[in-house]
Design a protein around this ligand. Sequence first.
Ligand SMILES: Cc1cc2nc3c(=O)[nH]c(=O)nc-3n(C[C@H](O)[C@H](O)[C@H](O)COP(=O)(O)OP(=O)(O)OC[C@H]3O[C@@H](n4cnc5c(N)ncnc54)[C@H](O)[C@@H]3O)c2cc1C
Length: 412
Amino acid sequence: MAPTKTVVVLGAGVAGLSLAHFLVSRILPEQPDLRVVLVSPLTHFYFNLASVRFVLPGRGPPMAEDRYLFPIAERFAGYPHADRFRFIAGAATSLHPESNSVTVKPNDEAKEEEIAYHTLVIATGTSYAGGMPWKALGSTDQTRAAVAQLQSQIGSASSIVVGGAGATGVEFSGELGAAYAKKGLKKITLLSADPLPLEPRLKDSVRQTAKKELEKLGVEFVGGARMVSVTPAAGGSGSSSDKDKKDIAIEVTSADGKTKTTKTVTADLFVPTYGVVYNTSFAPPSMHSPASPGRLLQDPDLRARGHRNVFVLGDAGSLEPAQAVTAEAQARHLMKQFRTYLAGGTIETYYTPAKDKVMFGLTVGPDRGTGQVGTFQPPSLLIWWLKGRYLGTNHAANYAAGIGSSNGAWPK
Ligand SMILES: Cc1cc2nc3c(=O)[nH]c(=O)nc-3n(C[C@H](O)[C@H](O)[C@H](O)COP(=O)(O)OP(=O)(O)OC[C@H]3O[C@@H](n4cnc5c(N)ncnc54)[C@H](O)[C@@H]3O)c2cc1C
């Protein structure tokens, strides 16, 4: 039987890639009229969770690329029904839910392609402004190049200012602190817009712990500080080592919020860790959340609001905080519901307010960390054991194979 229904999955991150593997290996054998199309601008799965560590050049060679970049297409080639799977290295550019079609621009072709779908899954996640490799860039090569550039810049800098003290900024500063500041090799400064690092949804004690752990590693934490501009440094000796120095103007608000002062920090390198961009501009405005700009409205059953045959998973959706644990949980929920959905049955709700419980683990250098589970603050040793030792690279190949942290167990 020739396939008549196409399931299109946009995005090959934690959410989209695992769902695509499940559909091809479990659903295609049962559904001869189905085919699956996976669209991703990267030909590789990028395990960005460890980026805060692998962007450091390391004392010997940097972390091997095959621990965080995994080819996508060849993993699908071994499935018995691979003839009904198509991988497009490209990006969705516009979505037309009224006609059940999505326009895709393949990386290597000038012409766009219109793909009609029976079901669409949007899992296009986020990127970072300024080409920072905290998440994937526009292609595997661009991502690789951004990692290599940052490694080289970090290697040659004597002083580094990190802008933004969210989880990425704290984890990255922690890695820099452990590798360099603690040993007196480089000066590391972290600028935080809030008086404390991390998000206000976390307990103050967790945020205080993160600050103290950074300071133990020799990182200078500047709270209440906003970066105003980064310009080539004025003055200097004119020597080649001074040539690339930057003047980073920052506005510092006093702890009581009453006064603002401007000061300038001079450093060799400024690394922003803020500027999350939701990769959803291809979707019509009606699908966007007014409350969370950039994110797409998700119903509690993970459908896009108002569209029965469109699902939204992971960071691109508006339901939950942008975390891999939630992206994975959402993808696994849809796996469990997919047969019922195809049969026209009623699928189960994913989201309940009980899911609002905070679940957060943060490394501060390879040896320490903090976090929050509900209201409980796990000890540093537990975070190190669960996360900091490998930063998930021990599970990265499983994520690339679509089985995530479940050790091979897919929903039946
Ligand atoms: C430095 C860092 C560390 C983190 N550590 C943790 C952690 O320890 N624990 C945790 O739970 N979370 C962590 N996170 C968050 C985690 O990375 C994300 O929540 C997770 O990657 C979301 O997965 P996703 O599949 O929704 O989206 P993404 O991982 O963003 O993947 C989106 C995919 O869509 C593709 N894409 C983009 N645009 C298009 C388009 N137009 N068409 C088709 N495809 C497109 C992308 O190339 C990519 O393949 C971390 C984030 C950062 C930045």
